[in-house]
Design a protein. Sequence first.
Length: 207
Amino acid sequence: MARWKKDEIYRRQARKAGYRSRAAFKLLEIDNRFEIFKDTARIVDLCCAPGSWLQVAKERCDVSDAVIIGIDIAYVKPISGVNIIQSSLESPELVDQTLGLLEKPAQVVLSDCAPKLSGNKSLDRERQLWLAKLSFQIAIKLLDKDGCFVTKVFQSNEFRDFVLQTRKSFRLVKTYKPQSSFKRSPEMYLIAKGFRGVSEPVSLAEL
């Protein structure tokens, strides 16, 4: 199927279902396979704009007292029952601000962060991996024991090293490419479950 045709099909399905972008289907596929939202009450979505992953999280979270938080430097149109923090991921106050809203550590941290593509594949992969590492650094500060972390990654040699690092903090780490992603895209997702905690702070340079 031609890329533009597949893209349009998912865009139409997203509009029909009321999702803000076709990215919702990627998270739906991930949850169908890995059950990341099962028995979950506290969810944080990094780089959440325009909000389609927050919509899915709200749908799939099966508890009435759920706390769902979206974080993005851009303005995100409000979603009923969801807290939005407009902030850079690099803000030194972000973790404390987020934990204050959660009241307890998060059970799931999501990251669909992506850089603005430059056309330089090597540079784009480097920038995307940096965002994945930054998301991981935030996630291990927010997550409760046995929590789950999901992040977008671009396939590369350096990405494999990042996977090995995440395995030090989680019992199960898998990579997955949803059908709703383009076959030619380097995009895939890392799903890490069973957070074990970290004995000391982890810097970006160590990842």
